[in-house]
Design a protein around this ligand. Structure first.
Ligand code: FMN
Length: 221
């Protein structure tokens, strides 16, 4: 698969089959992604890949916390609000997804069930946790972003699907305990990896994009 095809066909998968991803494939994905660029080659990412019994215990702990009504407290604070344009896109995307999934605007139990899927780690057999030393600046988050997309594209190239999700890092204390991640590392983002359950309706919607001519200004070209 060429890079353009990988970019065009990658989409966030919210229901995975339970089939494992081989250690060999994971190593190939992570080796390729580890070539991502970074500020002066600082390579600030610290990555933890969880699967097997470790991930089963974590999934269980997430669900217990979610069902107790545990408030999300990601290490990187969630935005308090969004400028209207971005909020509008977010609302349109959610409405689009939920209408294809047949979830009504006021169907709160169904929506909560949908959120719960995230804490089940979307049924994925593997989750990659991307971490960063707390002393670093937002510049280094760029670097982690680059490694994140590199992981998802390398995965796509090997037939492995993915989703990046803040909800996977909403309870960092649980992750820290299970994976022995030190306090001085911020747990920024989780990426679930696995094979899409193509039949599941949650995987049917394709996300929207504004036209490239609106997002990108070509000047002098
Ligand atoms: C930083 C980040 C955090 C995200 N967190 C979540 C999440 O918690 N739950 C979720 O279902 N999707 C999450 N997503 C996936 C986005 O919703 C998704 O990328 C976006 O809607 C575009 O869809 P696509 O990836 O299928 O193109 C996240 C994506 C990013 C980049």
């Amino acid at each position: 698969m060429d890079v353009i095809d990988a970019l065009n066909s990658r989409q966030s998968v919210r229901a995975f089959k339970s089939n494992p991803v081989s250690k060999e494939k994971l190593l190939k994905i992570m080796t390729a992604a580890n070539r991502a660029p970074s500020w002066a080659d600082t390579q600030p990412w610290e990555i933890f890949v969880a699967g097997g019994e470790t991930l089963s215990r974590l999934r269980h702990a997430f669900l217990v916390r979610f069902d107790e009504g545990g408030a999300p407290h990601p290490d990187l604070e969630r935005p308090q609000g969004w400028p209207p344009e971005l909020q509008r896109r977010m609302d349109e995307n959610t409405a689009h997804r939920f209408s294809i999934m047949g979830l009504g605007r006021n169907n709160e139990p169904a929506r909560r069930g949908n959120s719960r899927r995230g804490y089940e780690v979307f049924g994925a057999p593997v989750v990659v946790f991307l971490c960063l030393d707390r002393r670093l600046t937002p510049w280094s988050i760029f670097d982690v972003g680059m490694v994140a997309q590199s992981i998802m594209l390398a995965a796509k190239g090997l037939g492995v699907d993915s989703i990046p999700a803040v909800n996977l890092v909403n309870y960092p204390d649980l992750i820290r305990e299970e994976l022995s991640i030190p306090e001085d590392l911020m747990i920024l983002l989780g990426i679930a990896l696995g094979y899409a359950d193509e039949e599941n309706i949650v995987n049917k919607p394709r996300s929207l994009r504004r036209p490239v001519e609106e997002a990108v200004r070509f000047i002098g070209l």
